[in-house]
Write a protein that binds this ligand. Structure first.
Ligand code: FMN
Length: 285
């Protein structure tokens, strides 16, 4: 029998690490998900069409060109002006409502371009800007989107959602029929890019991509409100992969949100919801 030389020991150790590392990684990935309703995470992961080994972006950094640092330009307002501006901004946003009855009247595309530009000013992890905003104006594509969503939503309401969820939604009087997907002149589908690509085609890590895109969506909602348009925040469950393929988006993009955008229809109603007061949402330490 060969004596176990230090070299042989080192080779055996490397082999053991090499064999067990991928298994450990997939274990960790699985561990992150317990407790989450499977139908929610399924959509956001949408890993059915991404090979497991490709899911993690290449961790070897590729040197990027250094960025020049320039003086910061700041507008400082007198305190009175600050109070007025912040109060007016709050009042504007306090009028925002989720509107599920949208007229088929066309909206100016210049306005849509501006609100998307506003959303694109969001901060993002390591300035990766991991978002894609897909505008759908074509009536046939909108209708296909409606068919996909209504089919899944009917199953969601009838089978996948628990009793409590359906009860919680009762006050909103929502169901699986989504007429606004046909009537709204523009649908904005917001995709998060779970990774990007370096100039040489290697995978680039998109840190905190979901948080970054969610912030962009918040800015988009505020910009729409500011422009005088309405929408409803929707997260079509289990439709992500199907809609992604319909819209020709690549597998590293996952649907995060769908916003039907337009003017409210004349007969639009909203539930009379109350918002929490400041002392219920803020604590000062
Ligand atoms: C993450 C998220 C997902 C939502 N998904 C849906 C949805 O799928 N369908 C829907 O009709 N409303 C959806 N809403 C809208 C909420 O029902 C709505 O924001 C809430 O009832 C408060 O009403 P308001 O937006 O008028 O203040 C969603 C909101 C958020 C923030």
């Amino acid at each position: 029998m060969l004596p176990l030389t230090p070299v042989l020991v080192a080779v055996v150790c490397i082999l053991i690490v090499w064999i067990f590392k991928p298994a450990d990684r997939s274990l960790r990935r699985k561990k992150r998900e317990p407790g989450a309703p499977p139908w929610v995470d399924e959509d956001l992961n949408d890993s059915t069409d991404l090979h497991q080994g490709q899911e993690d972006a290449d961790e070897r950094p590729e040197s990027e060109e250094d960025v020049e640092h320039i003086p910061f330009s700041h507008t400082r307002y007198p305190e009175k002006e600050m109070a007025k501006r912040s109060q007016e901004f709050y009042e504007l946003l306090n009028k925002r409502r989720s509107v599920r009855f949208i007229s088929n009247e066309q909206v100016p595309m210049e306005v849509i371009n501006n609100v998307i530009k506003a959303a694109g000013t969001a901060p993002s992890g390591a300035h990766t800007e991991p978002w894609t905003f897909v505008l759908v104006k074509d009536p046939d594509v909108k209708h296909k989107i409606r068919e996909i969503i209504e089919k899944e939503e009917e199953i969601n309401y009838m089978k996948r959602m628990g009793h409590r969820w359906v009860t919680d939604l009762k006050k909103l009087r929502t169901n699986w029929v989504k007429e606004y997907l046909d009537t709204a002149p523009v649908l904005i589908l917001i995709f998060k890019q779970v990774h990007g690509f370096t100039p040489s085609g290697r995978k680039k890590v998109h840190y905190y991509n979901e948080i970054s895109v969610s912030i962009a969506c918040g800015i988009l909602l505020a910009a729409l409100q500011n422009a005088g348009l309405v929408t409803v925040t929707t997260t079509p469950l289990n439709c992500g992969p199907h809609l992604r393929v319909l819209l020709g988006r690549p597998p590293h993009e996952k649907l995060l949100m769908l916003l039907p955008v337009g003017y409210p229809s004349k007969e639009a109603t909203v539930p009379d919801l109350k918002r929490k007061a400041l002392d219920q949402i803020m604590v000062t330490v």
